[in-house]
Ligand binder design. Structure first.
Ligand code: DX5
Ligand code: ZN
Length: 226
């Protein structure tokens, strides 16, 4: 099965972003956290910065929007050329409309669920999305502790996707390290965001490799649909 490792540049040095991006070129995608200080109590950057990251990154962009009103702002990130744009279910009343617009522009559409948000209301809509992001911490900050209580939700999504044949990437984000990535892989994740564990490492490329090998050794065949 394919495993994707997406380092989060939230943990990188924002002033040396170009070299940070080159240090993770062996990863699959670069995870780009956009925060608006409304949906989450933290602020990062917007389309200007993401556009420059898109210009210089050696690998495609996995944009994670932690912002209000994604129906208004998400399409702009797809237009910048992001490979994938993920927005939060809690931030919009019509996630399907947002996803359809993103796909129409040409990006993959992702739906993110906070730890307290149930997956059930979205199970019948899985075909509308290319990725479901199960947050394994409360969104807003890097360096938090992995929440294992989110794993039943991941398992439910993995089982539903396998049963219905939905072509879905299941992503986890928050507290992913060599100690927790196996738990998420066993529960059915195939796409892993890691911020501090990659950028705090002396050798990010080596850490990406360690995470990938650890995830692969814990991955279940039944969770694979790619
Ligand atoms: C948190 C962000 C994450 C963050 C993860 O709200 O969505 O992408 O960078 O950081 P770590 O891996 O340090 O928990
Ligand atoms: Zn994120």
């Amino acid at each position: 099965m394919s495993i994707r490792i997406n380092p989060s540049i939230l943990a990188a040095d924002f002033v040396n972003m170009e070299s940070a991006l080159h240090s993770i070129s062996s990863a699959d995608l670069v995870h780009v956290d956009v925060m608006d200080n409304h949906f989450v109590p933290n602020l990062t950057f917007g389309p200007g910065m993401v556009g420059r990251i898109q210009d210089v990154s050696p690998i495609p962009l996995d944009v994670h929007l932690m912002i209000d009103a994604p129906e208004r702002w998400a399409p702009g990130y797809a237009e910048l050329g992001a490979f994938s744009v993920t927005f939060h279910a809690e931030a919009t009343s019509d996630p399907v409309a947002v996803a359809r617009r993103l796909r129409q522009i040409g990006s993959r559409a992702g739906l993110a669920l906070k730890p307290g948000t149930d997956a059930e209301p979205y199970l019948e809509l899985l075909d509308e999305f290319d990725q479901i992001l199960v947050m394994t911490v409360e969104p807003g900050f890097g360096g938090q502790k992995f929440m294992p209580e989110t794993m039943p939700k991941l398992r439910l999504l993995a089982e539903t996707a396998a049963r219905t044949g939905a072509d879905l990437w299941l992503q986890v984000d928050g507290g992913i390290t060599e100690d927790t990535i196996g738990i998420a892989a066993e529960a059915g994740a195939n796409t892993f965001v890691a911020g501090s564990s990659v950028f705090a490492a002396e050798n990010p490329a080596l850490q990406i490799d360690t995470l990938r090998r650890t995830a692969m050794s814990h991955a279940h065949d039944h969770t694979s649909n790619r």
